[in-house]
Design a protein around this ligand. Structure first.
Ligand code: ZN
Length: 381
């Protein structure tokens, strides 16, 4: 029995059954802030980190030399590991493979973590309020609303992060519109129906209300962008806008940005894919500029940029870049890590994707003790 099947087996289960419920930490946090950017929707190395062919020149030519560049991050080829978005994201957040279960028999992409996520480890170790541990999600992936907290008897909802997404904003807006009652009756009935539809997207039923700080964030967002949904940026540009505003207003210690739009290539047009990569690259410029300009983040923030999964490289398929065929290039990703305490250089050996979570844990000064991987040797000064 190898190390992995051993930890996945009976010992892990016994440990989790025996673990007492942890208490909220009283320890104040003094470490660096971390911004984890999921360069998501699945991207290949060819269009992102290839020096000549990249569609993300800022990532490749400015950010990679600023810290540790890992050109050969890999998703392990294990039985049952699917190279996809929810799976890859949970690998990043738990430092394990297959640490999830399906939430719904109807929506097979709705996974919830069965092991602690970085959000929970961080809030167990340090006294950080939930609005300073944030996940920024896209609108059309309500399945990613479930990543903030694991299930089972460990950690739990007290340790969750909070979530910013258009889905969450619509929950706020409909709640306010109904409470204000200023609109005509037929319009209020429509809003009631819209709200019920939004609530039905969360298969777990009621999730905790946002904190007062996040409610206030949405109140300001509503003032800026109104109720029509027509003024705010769309797609991954929206995620950048939410993130930059959140940095200014909520000052998250740990922020994860779940970019996703390169995935639209599933529906056919390769130029959507390369354009989406370029839009994430612009988003990175805004995030890094915002961090460099803000005394709370400047010289005190570690960026970790890495995809959820790769994509296939099959020139014979109708759409050459899917990612569900378990091909080699769907397992091939990369990472760029920079900030205080992080060395500069290229790690020219393969690194496993399960190393990302323990690396972030090491940078922030806590242990992801259920992670299978270990912090990346050579990334730290
Ligand atoms: Zn996909």
């Amino acid at each position: 029995m190898d190390r992995r099947s051993f930890t996945l087996g009976s010992m892990g289960l016994a440990a989790s059954l025996a673990a007492p419920l942890p208490a909220l930490s009283q320890t104040s946090y003094k470490g660096p802030n971390v911004i984890l950017v999921r360069f998501g929707g699945g991207v290949r190395r060819a269009e992102t980190i290839d020096e000549a062919a990249t569609w993300a020149p800022y990532l490749r030519h400015t950010l990679a030399p600023r810290g540790t560049f890992i050109p050969d991050l890999r998703i392990d080829k294990l039985e049952g590991v699917n190279t996809s978005h929810a799976e890859g994201t949970l690998n990043l957040l738990t430092g394990r493979y297959l640490a999830y279960r399906e939430l719904s028999a109807v929506f097979n992409d709705r996974l919830e973590p069965t092991e602690p996520t970085l959000f929970e480890y961080l809030r167990r170790a340090f006294d950080i309020p939930s609005h300073q541990v944030l996940l920024v999600n896209g609108e059309d992936r309500p399945q990613e609303e479930f990543f903030t907290v694991g299930t089972g008897d460990h950690y739990g909802i007290e340790f969750r992060s909070e979530m910013l997404s258009l889905h969450r904003y619509k929950l706020y807006r409909t709640k306010m519109q109904l409470a204000e009652g200023k609109l005509p009756e037929d319009r209020l009935l429509q809003i009631q129906a819209e709200r019920e539809e939004l609530l039905a997207k969360d298969a777990r039923g009621a999730t905790p209300d946002p904190s007062p700080e996040v409610e206030a964030f949405w109140a300001r967002w509503r003032q800026a962008y109104g109720d029509t949904g027509l003024k705010n940026p769309r797609g991954d540009r929206l995620l950048t806008e939410l993130s930059v505003r959140a940095m200014a207003e909520l000052k998250p210690r740990f922020l994860m940005v779940n970019y996703q739009d390169p995935d639209y290539v599933h529906w056919g047009n390769p130029s959507h894919y390369t354009r989406a990569i370029a839009i994430i690259d612009e988003g990175l410029q805004r995030l890094v500029a915002a961090a460099d300009a803000d005394p709370f983040y400047r010289d005190n923030t570690v960026f970790v940029i890495t995809p959820d999964c790769g994509r296939d490289a099959n020139p014979l398929a109708d759409v050459p870049f899917q990612h569900h065929f378990n091909s080699r290039s769907a397992h091939e990703t990369w990472a760029v890590i920079f900030g205080p305490g992080i060395g500069r250089g290229v790690i020219d050996r393969p690194v496993d994707q399960s190393a990302i979570a323990p690396t972030i844990a090491a940078a922030m000064g806590f242990r992801a003790d259920r992670a299978e991987g270990i912090a990346i040797e050579g990334a730290f000064l």
